[in-house]
Design a binder for this molecule. Structure first.
Ligand SMILES: [Zn+2]
Length: 275
């Protein structure tokens, strides 16, 4: 069997997501013609979301093993331990009986990011979205919506509350949320688009390319550990370069002097510069 590349993983995620988007569209068209009840359309949207979520989990899993086994094609990536094949890797990592948890992406030491940090070189490519709040927030929201559909428990419904309070009383459900249209796009389509976008970013061969598909990165505070690269002070634009694999960023030397002269105390941070 041919080795799995990151691009294979992305294509398969994309195919599934596109198929589901089409299914939801067809359901909406039938509903508009009076050929599908709202109740059934709700059920269709909810099962599409469960399927989308599972597809993304599968993508993370396949990508993780492709990187671990060195077949991903992503530059500077690989495992910190060598395994002969995926079967052996899975057996050793799961200890035979537990299973690996891919989502949440990163929460209380669980998820694909902590796993990647332990087993993959520099945690790549999963660390690519570590500082991208928009994407991480959407993934967490998606998990909450998915749990509200899959578990229907009172705690799962309570977690959904903040996302549906603005909806009409009778539509304060996962299906009601998925139906909501903003700027011509339904919430379902918006989740699907974000998932596909994250897929592209994680599977890109290069970090700089991946960045084009992501929201702005959260800046780094002085003293924070940051990876190799160039940085720009958010207050005065002074540049700083890190040549080591990772190093702590300093406080900006220019701003530190300025502050002594009584400049307003805006927290100084560092933006990572890619260009
Ligand atoms: Zn500065």
């Amino acid at each position: 069997m041919a080795l799995v590349t990151a691009e294979d993983c992305r294509k398969s995620l994309d195919n599934r997501a596109v198929r589901l988007e089409r299914l939801v569209k067809e359901g909406e068209a039938l509903h508009a013609k009076g050929q599908l009840t709202l109740r059934n359309l709700d059920a269709l949207r909810e099962s599409a979301l469960l399927d989308l979520y599972t597809s993304f989990e599968l993508f993370l899993e396949d990508l993780f093993f492709a990187v671990l086994l060195g077949s991903s094609g992503i530059s500077d990536s690989g495992g910190v331990v060598n395994f002969s094949d995926r079967e052996q890797a899975e057996e050793i990592l799961t200890g035979g009986n537990q299973y690996l948890i891919w989502l949440p992406f990163d929460k209380n030491g669980k998820g694909v990011l902590p796993l990647a940090k332990r087993l993959l070189k520099d945690g790549r490519p999963f660390t690519r979205i570590e500082r991208h709040k928009d994407e991480l927030d959407t993934l967490e929201e998606l998990r909450i919506v998915r749990n509200a559909i899959a578990h229907r428990s009172s705690s799962a419904r309570a977690a959904l509350e903040p996302f549906v309070t603005h909806l009409r009383q009778r539509r304060r459900t996962a299906a009601g949320l998925l139906e909501q249209v903003r700027q011509g796009q339904s919430q379902y389509e918006s989740y699907s688009a974000t998932v596909r976008q994250i897929g592209v970013a994680l599977a890109s061969a290069e970090d700089a390319l991946a960045r084009k598909f992501l929201s702005p990165e959260r800046p780094y505070a002085p003293k924070a550990n940051a990876p190799t690269g160039r940085y720009r002070c958010t207050r005065c634009a002074k540049r700083h370069q890190i040549r080591a694999k990772t190093a702590a960023l300093p406080a900006c030397p220019v701003c530190r002097k300025g502050r002594a002269k009584g400049q307003p105390k805006v927290a100084q941070e560092w933006d990572r510069v890619y260009a």
